[in-house]
Design a protein around this ligand. Structure first.
Ligand code: WTA
Length: 659
């Protein structure tokens, strides 16, 4: 256990929910939380069925809540039909929200554009009609590779309106990653932009799509729809490429939503696992949307006057659930931001909260940690230099938030008065799982606190037996829940082996190690598999290793994570070249070449922070690489473990010195 985790577990500060917040909260007080929890434990089907009827508009009502007959391939509300986009847009026009601002978009350069629910509805209908005119329909799959924009939300919603399953690829991924996803998902449609703006610079997007197409195997793709973001020059294939505005502008502003089965795949989102190949996490329509909406109300305490801001990118699950679907289903006004937190300066987030009077702010610990540093360096960028009095609730997601960062966030951004919801969840869970309810749960800095009603989170040992409070174990969810992953696209066996290993008796295995304290609060201790969390992004060590060994100079590579004060974890790669071990300037030059190679193969987020070269890697006599020892070496610590089983113990000294 690292020192950091140990010190987190000694954290004793408790922050009860502020009385003013409790008074107005959707779930008000501990007893209200407990009542929901008890109901969900006593009668799960009744609980979920009630909420699904209350919160969603169904085209065909369901008669069965949960079908477990093919477990772990669960079906929720499986004979019901609905349309997700209708539940996000049409219902708001009916509920009197037509003229309410749905999205406040702020571009990288600061330009602001607002659309009302009526306008968003029309944009989505026009684009959906355009896609329809090209022959796209329910059952097709699209890949969306767009910058943060109103258009990204429109594209996803238009797909949902027609029953087209979307797979959004983060704009920072390379042509190769894009190619892998286009082919794996079998896309017939790609939606992209000419360029995106980040930190004052234009970064091209369409060339990566062209490059992916040129790699072959994408023949199923009939069209590439291009959003003109900057007007930058792009290569054009007139048979395949079509501008988004030319497709949509002259279409009718009405497009009937297509009713789909509740289990219809709304989206497939790729995430890293413990092998080299990312997993296509398949999500449903009904169960997913139900949880997106309910967690908006419970965890974010959504109210009609809120201005909600989730800073994630729609390329990640957080952007799916808490930008494209949840806030719209809850009828909120939300901020969508194109840029980065440090441009034009590190005060950008605080200025935007001030300008748009954000009431709920949801971001990642890595952003908070980097802004702490920046505001210490320059008082003008400190949150205290801005009027943040509109805020009433803060959130954190993606990685554990260390108590120091929590306290800073609480005091400086939240003015000491805003609860912080530290939300633990995953791409696979669809929405929040373990998190405070801000009007009910006492907060403990560093803990994501308690399970949500309906979520049977627990800590177990390797045989599935319950582990006592205060002891570490595997984090599992014992019973299925509506927004859970339904399958790994095209790989049902991997779905079972990754998430429902037989030793655990049918529990969902999250892949995180954690422990629970005597109050039932969970403390996440990090992944139990070969997955790293770098700046809140999941990254498989095997993915980075495969990228490295595909370089012509590399014979062997082992990748581990090292704790990092800003990014949570950092990638450290140990590399053996086919030729002799480089030293000095040559090592630096080859190191740079390999880092750029990884960025090109996967994306800049996967670039190793450090590369160390060795004549060999530490291996057991049977040839297994001892990653455990590499993790120690990567941290700059002395290896104190027994290394007698190593074939080549001396190699550890060589690998201990950074290039
Ligand atoms: C980690 C992001 C501690 C965890 C929504 C999980 C967290 C992985 C938290 C999922 C949190 C996410 N506290 N750890 N509040 N939130 N994690 O799929 O290891 O990108 O398994 O989903 O991030 O990452 P993913």
């Amino acid at each position: 256990m690292s020192n950091e985790i140990e010190s987190v577990l000694h954290e004793t500060r408790v922050f009860p929910p502020p009385q003013d917040f409790v008074k107005q909260a959707n779930v008000s007080g501990q007893a209200a939380y407990q009542a929901l929890l008890d109901e969900s434990d006593r009668d799960p089907d009744g609980f979920w069925g009630r909420h699904a009827r209350e919160h969603l508009t169904w085209r065909k009502p369901f008669t069965q809540v949960l079908d477990e007959s093919k477990a772990p391939f669960y079906k929720w509300f499986g004979d019901g039909e609905l349309n997700v986009s209708e539940n996000c847009l049409d219902v708001n026009l009916k509920n009197g929200n037509a003229n309410k601002v749905a999205i406040i978009f702020e571009a990288d350069g600061g330009e602001v554009k607002k659309v009302t629910y009526q306008q968003l509805y029309e944009l989505v209908c026009k684009f959906a009609n355009g896609l329809k005119s090209l022959g796209y329909k329910s059952g097709d799959r699209s890949v969306i590779y767009l910058p943060m924009s109103i258009e990204a939300v429109v594209a996803m919603q238009a797909c949902a309106r027609l029953g087209i399953t979307h797979s959004v690829v983060f704009g920072g991924f390379s042509a190769k990653s894009l190619h892998e996803r286009i082919t794996d998902v079998g896309a017939s449609l790609v939606i992209t932009a000419d360029e995106q703006m980040r930190g004052g610079k234009a970064i091209t997007l369409k060339p990566a799509v062209d490059e992916a197409f040129a790699m072959g195997g994408c023949e199923a793709v009939r069209h590439c729809v291009v959003y003109k973001r900057t007007g930058g020059k792009v290569a054009w294939d007139a048979k395949r490429d079509i501008w988004m505005h030319e497709l949509a502008d002259n279409q009718s502003a009405e497009c009937a939503p297509v009713a789909v089965n509740a289990e219809h795949p709304l989206f497939i989102l790729y995430t890293s696992g413990s092998t080299g190949k990312p997993k296509g996490v398949q999500h449903s329509s009904g169960g997913y949307l139900l949880w997106a909406k309910l967690t908006m109300q419970w965890v974010f305490d959504a109210k009609p006057n809120d201005v909600f801001w989730c800073t994630a990118d729609v390329g990640w699950v957080t952007g799916h659930t808490y930008i494209t679907y949840g806030p719209l289903a809850a009828g909120l006004t939300q901020i969508v931001f194109e840029g980065v937190p440090t441009y034009p300066d590190a005060g950008r987030f605080w200025k935007m909260i001030q300008d748009h009077k954000a009431t709920i702010f949801y971001t990642a610990p890595t952003a908070i940690r980097s802004l702490i540093k920046a505001s210490e360096a320059n008082a003008a960028h400190h949150p205290k230099s801005f009027d943040l009095s509109s805020l009433r609730l803060l959130g954190s997601v993606g990685e554990p938030i260390n108590p120091e960062a929590w306290m800073w966030y609480h005091n400086n951004v939240g003015g000491g008065r805003c609860p912080i919801v530290d939300t633990w969840w995953q791409t696979e869970t669809g929405g929040h799982m373990i998190t405070p309810m801000p009007g009910a749960t006492p907060l403990k800095p560093g803990s994501c606190t308690t399970r949500l009603p309906g979520i049977t989170a627990a800590i177990v040992d390797e045989t599935g037996g319950d582990v006592e409070a205060g002891h570490g174990g595997f984090l599992v969810i014992k019973r299925p829940w509506p927004s859970m992953i339904r399958n790994i696209w095209g790989d049902p066996d991997r779905y079972i082996s990754s998430y429902f290993p037989s030793e655990l008796g049918g529990y969902y295995l999250a892949g995180d190690g954690a422990q629970c304290d005597k109050d039932g609060c969970f403390w996440i201790m990090g992944r139990i598999d070969d997955v790293l969390n770098v700046s809140g992004h999941r990254l498989g060590t095997m993915e980075v290793e495969s990228a490295l060994v595909s370089h012509e100079l590399v014979a062997e590579a082992a990748v581990v994570g090292r704790p990092d004060a800003t990014t949570g974890e950092a990638v450290v790669a140990f590399v053996v070249l086919k030729r002799s071990r480089p030293e000095g300037d040559e090592a630096i030059a080859i190191g740079k070449q390999l880092r750029d190679w990884v960025a090109k193969e996967i994306g800049p987020i996967a670039k190793p922070k450090e590369i160390r070269f060795g004549d060999n890697l530490p291996k057991t006599r049977s040839g297994k690489i001892m990653r455990r020892l590499l993790r120690v070496v990567a941290k700059g610590e002395k290896v104190t473990q027994d290394v007698s089983t190593l074939e080549n113990p001396a190699i550890l000294d060589q690998l201990s010195s950074p290039v």
